[in-house]
Design a protein around this ligand. Structure first.
Ligand SMILES: Nc1ncnc2c1ncn2[C@@H]1O[C@H](COP(=O)(O)OP(=O)(O)OP(=O)(O)O)[C@@H](O)[C@H]1O
Ligand SMILES: [Mg+2]
Length: 429
């Protein structure tokens, strides 16, 4: 075990195969160490009786997969092959977090309201301009989608679009992500790594939640925006990059500048042009279109339920609308959504809304409290998970939600442990 750790420190491995129960460190400990030392290394754990539960936890900690004993050598071989393949792929486009948009399916932007037509016009004009653009809007209004659209409308469209979110990244991490580092620049920097500016060279870098960027980093960002030069952490070598920067924030950046929390000079650099996204409540005419889009071809919604959605004021904007629809799909029967499946906050909002449609249309509806709805939701999830023998892909399909939504639900209701064994056999990655 100690030998393994020593080797891991000195060399890069593609795949690690480890037993779950060993003298000294457990398989989970080893997994965590491997992921610290070399996040891209894939780990396969071998589990015996009584360790399957732990294996589920291992999956959450980033294990590639686990294999329950007894297994054949051929099974192990196939699994190693698959793990190696994934490792090779993730190596190919090194930083997966920084999404290369070319490989992503295009998400259509829905909206016919005047406000959205203005947005589309701006995208068509500002996209090709190659200028730095600041996208502003409340949470869930589609800022990231707009950033992609801007990139796709530019001459850089064939080049990478790389994105980074400033929230939850410490200053050091943010700096090394953006500018890269040399080997040994700090503890844990076991190999040199190019920064996102280098990876985005010739393309676009989307910096999300720029309002969260620490002051020191603001200065460094300003520098690369001014003269296109940067240095990796721990390096003296100047590198030149040609990157278009698009930023987004849901804060009032002008106010942040006034309060001296955001550098004024940087504000002008990133805000050559700004694009403000309208909140959903001021364009409720788009709601039926959006609802239909998110329902897909199979699902339908009752007219009064649609009216409720149209009159709600959507503090969480489109993201919240998507969540409400996904949740309703779980609860509804026969691919038909009624008011019964809408959450209480939407049915009887605390603050009266003053958009289109009369508020009175909401009043006669029987408000279902969130507790009851949650109980129904939980029961339905348990039922489907059991019927599908714990296979999450199939359960998600039956429920009509994404795998990610299903994981959230399982976590919310403490159902993570439902038939893990069945999941293993089929778990696609
Ligand atoms: N006009 C639109 N048409 C269809 N889907 C949209 C539209 N705008 C946003 N969405 C969808 O809504 C969700 C939220 O969008 P996005 O992530 O771009 O918002 P955001 O403003 O970046 O939110 P946040 O501030 O929470 O990060 C995404 O799933 C996105 O695909
Ligand atoms: Mg966003």
């Amino acid at each position: 075990m100690n030998d393994a750790l020593r080797l891991l420190q000195d060399r890069q491995f593609d795949v690690v195969v480890s037993d779950m129960a060993m003298p000294g460190l457990t398989g989970l400990d080893l997994l965590q160490r491997v992921k610290e030392l070399s996040p891209e290394c894939e780990v396969i754990l071998l589990t015996g009786e009584g360790t399957v539960e732990t294996a589920v936890q291992a999956m959450k900690l980033g294990a590639y997969d686990f294999l329950s004993k007894p297994f054949s050598l051929a099974e192990l071989e196939t699994l190693i092959q698959k793990a190696y393949e994934r490792r090779r792929l993730s190596q190919e486009n090194r930083q997966l977090k920084a999404v290369l948009e070319r490989s992503q399916p295009k998400v259509p932007m829905i909206g016919e309201s005047l406000a959205m037509q203005d947005v589309f016009k701006l995208i068509a004009k500002a996209g090709p301009s190659d200028k730095a653009i600041l996208v502003q809007g409340e949470s869930g209004t589609g800022k990231e989608l707009v950033a992609r659209a801007l990139h796709e409308h530019s001459s850089r469209a064939g080049r990478p679009l790389i994105s980074i979110n400033c929230t939850a990244l410490t200053e050091t991490l943010l700096e090394s992500e953006l500018f890269g580092h040399e080997k040994g620049a700090f503890t844990g920097a076991i190999a040199a790594k190019p920064g996102l500016f280098e990876l985005a060279d010739g393309g676009t870098l989307f910096i999300d939640e720029i309002g969260e960027m620490p002051g020191v980093m603001q200065a460094k960002l300003l520098r690369v925006l001014q003269d296109g030069s940067m240095r990796r952490v721990g390096s003296l070598q100047e590198r030149r990059v040609n990157v278009r920067v698009i930023t987004a924030t849901n804060r009032d950046l002008a106010a942040e500048v006034a309060a001296h929390r955001f550098r004024e000079d940087l504000y002008y650099r990133i805000n050559v042009m700004s694009l403000d996204l309208p909140p959903l409540r001021i364009r409720s005419g788009d709601i039926p279109l959006l609802v239909n889009h998110f329902l897909g071809t199979v699902w339908q919604i009752a007219p009064d339920a649609l009216r409720v959605l149209e009159t709600y004021n959507w503090p969480g904007n489109i993201r919240q609308l998507i969540n409400v629809i996904e949740r309703a799909k779980i609860l509804a029967d026969d691919h038909f959504i009624t008011t019964d499946e809408l959450p209480a906050v939407v049915l009887s909002p605390v603050v009266a809304t003053s958009t289109t449609g009369s508020a009175s249309s909401i009043v006669p509806l029987l408000p279902v409290d969130d507790g009851t709805l949650s109980a129904i939701e939980k029961a339905r999830v348990v039922d489907v998970m059991q019927k599908q023998k714990g296979n999450k892909s199939r359960a998600a399909q039956v429920l009509g939600v994404s795998r990610r939504s299903l994981y959230r639900l399982l976590e919310k209701y403490g159902l993570d442990g439902v038939s893990p064994a069945a999941e293993t056999l089929n778990s696609p990655t």
